[in-house]
Structures are given as structure tokens and as C-alpha cells.
Design a protein around this ligand. Sequence first.
Ligand code: ZN
Ligand code: ZN
Length: 267
Amino acid sequence: MAEQRSLFTKSFIRFLGTGGSRFTVMSQLRASGGLWFQWKDLSFSIDPGPGSLVRMHQTHPPLDPAKLDGILLSHKHLDHSSDLNVLVEAMTGGGFHKRGLVIAPSDAINGREKILYSYLRSKIFKLHTWEDGKRFQLTLNGALDVEGVSLIHHGVECFGMVFREQGQHLWGLISDTRLEKHWIERFSGCPILVINMTLSHKRANLDHLSPEDVKYIIRELNPPLTIITHFGRGVLKDGPDKIAQKLSTKNNKVVAAEDGLVVNLSI
Ligand SMILES: [Zn+2]
Ligand SMILES: [Zn+2]
């Protein structure tokens, strides 16, 4: 019980699932479901793909979706958003309490193909759409905020996220994207980078990152810790740990995420 309490007062990222690409997700070679980001007593779901709700309940101790304070969506592809509506329902006490925050791309909320049910919209206390470079407060006193970074991903709006605690970089998430120099520097200063590395090899026609791209990003940004995740089948075949080892340098540790991995953010 003491362990359970201490877990929830700490700040951490939990990888509910580490599978990316439609084939890994549909076969569940790795679980899917995105991330749980705990910051002190505040809880956020990031990119709740298939299984997110179930994975929360299967975690020991369980992560309670009814306690969520916010849901952050990088983009509307299914592997990032399928559990959005059920988590909104959980966060709002079955729709009986107007509460919580949702930040999502505009095309997910207002586009032709909306992915948030209209009957749930009014239950959310604050519903925002990302704007490149705009920072959103995640706490009432401004101690934690998130900045959206516009990425490039197969014709949908897609945003990376930079979290800052008291104005200092805490961690950054580079979601699904092709490598473009202009967004890399926006993650500069993040001591921890989470990178969706879906491809085992660079493919010009796919807007996803490969080990070659991650190597480039690390060289540019020099982050002490990089965690690769969101693996496609090719990455799983080559071995995420092997790839991480090859990408690690003396000053830049690279870790391959596993389902259930917890990364502690507390000092
Ligand atoms: Zn994806
Ligand atoms: Zn995607």
C-alpha cells in the first residue's frame, strides 16, 4: 500500500503500449494504448490507442481512468485515438461531471471526420486544439505546461509535445512524423526525449522515423536520455534493444521501451 501511494505522488511516464504501425497494433505483437503521464497528483493520457482503458486497469497498481485530468492527442490515427471517447467518459464520471482537459489537433475535433463524439464535447471542461508553438497550462498555478510542435505525418495534423515544469524543460514527445530539420530544434533542451520510431529502415514514402533519423536527432539535440517506442514489425524483428544499444553513445543513453515501462521524472 505504501508503495502504491508513493507511486502516485511521483511524476512518471508509463508506457501502456509500445506497438506502432497498423500491423503491430492489429496483431498486438506489442500492446498499444499510448502513455500515462503522471505529474504529482495530476494524471494525463497521451495518445490512447486500442487497449488503453484495459491496460490502465491491468496495471499493478491500476491506473484509474476516472482520475484523469486530461487527454492529449498527437493526431487522429486509430493507433493514437481509438480509446479517446471512452476515456473522456471515464474522466467525466460517465458524463455526469463536467471536468478535465482535452487537447487535440483541429482536424480531429472540427474536421470533416471528427473523432470525438459530439455528445461528449460538452462534458469536457476545457477543449483545446493545438497550435504550433502555443503553450497550454496543465495546472492552475502554471507550474506545468505543454507546447505543441507541428510535425509532418501523412496528411493529418500531427503535433509533438514539449512539457515544461516551472518553465524548465521536463520531457518531450516526438510523435509520428517524417524527419524535417525545422522541428528538431524545437525539442532542444529536453532532458528526456520519447521518440516514435516505427521504421527499421528509412523509407522515403513513409512519414515515420527510423534509427537513422533518431541518430540524427540525437546528434543535433544531445539529450541525456532518449526512449524509442511505437515499433513497427521491422523494428521488432531487428530487436529494439539491439537498435537502442547501437544508437547509444557515451553521453546519450538510448532505451527501447517495453510494454509497462515506467520512467521516473521525479528528482
Ligand atoms: Zn502511430
Ligand atoms: Zn499516425
